[in-house]
Design a protein. Structure first.
Lengths: 97, 97, 97, 97
């Protein structure tokens, strides 16, 4: 299952050659970095709110969805800037192994 | 290398039993959810600024560091709320496979 | 011109009695605090991006618009929670006079 | 009391000529726009968390403090970029009067 990040990364790379009307990611690439970063900011806020909700309700689904959204849009950011997400995993490995 | 997320998750779980003076994560757990979420907000902002810098300079290291910080603190959030990060990967797999 | 904040505050109070289909603010109130705070997070991100753009371009209009949006949505937050924005001005006066 | 924003704006302008070791604002100016915008992001997150706390507790002081911090750091942003905060009030007046 861990390979899902690699699968997403490959898909993001392929979207660079796709018509922006046929793909959400291609449309984000076409709008440019600010639009992608607005999504990162939005999703970070939604993680914060969902975490506060989860602490009260014990219900975790919304939080899982919002963290998935946030990680996905950080991967779009990396892909847009031609940075390999494996460099992030390598940085985490350097710190935590 | 993908297993690094599982290694971090295991480490975060172990930190719950550690003296808050002896571990950064244990001190975050002890301060509570708001302090953890402040870090998520801070790191999201730093990702946004580092992405803008990387677009201009072509230098990627700072962005890699900030995304690592952001992913790490979202994992602290999940761990604090007893949510398995594998649920996030499963959600991403459901959407993108 | 400074009285614009008081005018906005009065308008926000009046919107509490208005049909949510007839007013943007009334619809925000009806959706609840999370939706209002999502707007605060979004607008903060847009201020950050517009400030970075303004530094490069020297063009200030977008930044002025985004700060106006951010201040407005913090006033909606205060109004929703029945906090007088004058308490914020009083706190600033206490610190800076 | 509304004049407090003008007083702050004047003070921020004067800080541009002050030694960065003798003033918090002068030190922010010296560190540059990214550091100022990190503060905007931090304070926006703290407003969001304080608003959620205020909704539960009914206690408003923390929210008032955090909104004051956020407005102050947006004014530092404007001042750093030589944008008059009165342009923001004028924009709000145009929309809401």
């Amino acid at each position: 299952m861990n390979d899902i990040l690699q699968i997403i990364s490959n898909t993001l790379e392929q979207r660079k050659a796709v018509d922006s009307e046929k793909s959400y990611v291609a449309s984000l690439y076409q709008k440019g970095l600010n639009k992608i970063l607005e999504k990162v900011g939005e999703e970070a806020t939604e993680v914060i709110l969902a975490a506060r909700d989860a602490e009260v309700s014990g219900e975790k689904n919304e939080l899982v969805h919002e963290v998935a959204d946030l990680w996905f849009h950080t991967m779009v950011t990396l892909s847009y800037l031609n940075v390999d997400f494996n460099d992030v995993l390598a940085e985490l490995a350097k710190r935590h192994k």
